[in-house]
Design a protein around this ligand. Sequence first.
Ligand SMILES: [Zn+2]
Length: 236
Amino acid sequence: MSSCLLLAEDRIIVIDPGHGGRADSGNQKEFTLSASNNAKSPSGLLEKDLTLELSLEISRKVEELAKKRDGNAKVRCVLTRTKDANPDFAERAAFCAALPVTPSAIISIHFNASTRHDALGSLCLIRQKGRNPRFAEDSDFAMGLAKAAGSAVSRYVPGSNARKPITDENLHGGLGSNFLHQLAQHRKLDRVPKCFLEVEFMDRADAENTLLKNRRVTFPAVAKAIAEYLVAQISD
Ligand SMILES: [Zn+2]
């Protein structure tokens, strides 16, 4: 978990780099299971490494932008992990709830894969309607985030676009995403905008070649677009 000094007047965005470490953590019985990795690129890049790289870049961009935009209002980014580790979802949610200020947004960063390795696009996943007191707001927040990320990604991946948010109701027997489920155990986080952002499908050679292998150039640009959106959202 990241450990920068936070002050009570800071506004905090939590970035959760999906997956991590060498082993799955938590367990499905308690809905805490976090897989060590999920998607893989054709040449073997791992989602867990890319989520961390991009999250660190988003964090840098958020703080840079916030400083430029308003020297007094402090917007800080914290990460649920800053190294190749895999806190389970109860731990990640407890980290969000224990921050000195209720976060202004919680975003879990992922890269996607499809069974036929033919899909493209940026999309967000949100908590299902029946279990989400801010379903309408999360839908709008998630669509805006997918558009921001998608417009940057599509500069490098022709044919990519921003997809409409999907909900988590088909996961885990209807209970939804383990992370969103664990966040819901902390009532103080009920009103916080939150979603998963699946930045792009990483299991295609074209996306790998243009977006991932060129990530020293592409990730700062994608991170900047995401950061601009987030800072604008929480500054309004
Ligand atoms: Zn993932």
